[in-house]
Design a protein around this ligand. Structure first.
Ligand SMILES: [Zn+2]
Length: 63
């Protein structure tokens, strides 16, 4: 098993809590890539779901 971030050999046993990454740093780098690119739009949708009442009020104003 190799780390998707740095391609180093990874400890694939449950002792490695960062699997499939070799370290927390590599895991964060991978998540950071996500957050910076494709995940930006779904992130905005989650924000709307956190305030459903707010969203309703906006719709009332629009109609
Ligand atoms: Zn790594």
């Amino acid at each position: 098993m190799r780390c998707p971030t740095c391609k180093k050999a990874v400890d694939a046993t449950p002792a490695n809590r960062y699997r499939p990454f070799c370290s927390e740093r590599c895991r964060m780098v991978d998540l950071g890539t996500w957050a910076g690119e494709d995940y930006r739009v779904p992130g905005a949708a989650v924000e709307d779901r956190e305030h459903p009442d707010d969203l309703k009020d906006k719709k009332k104003i629009l109609h």
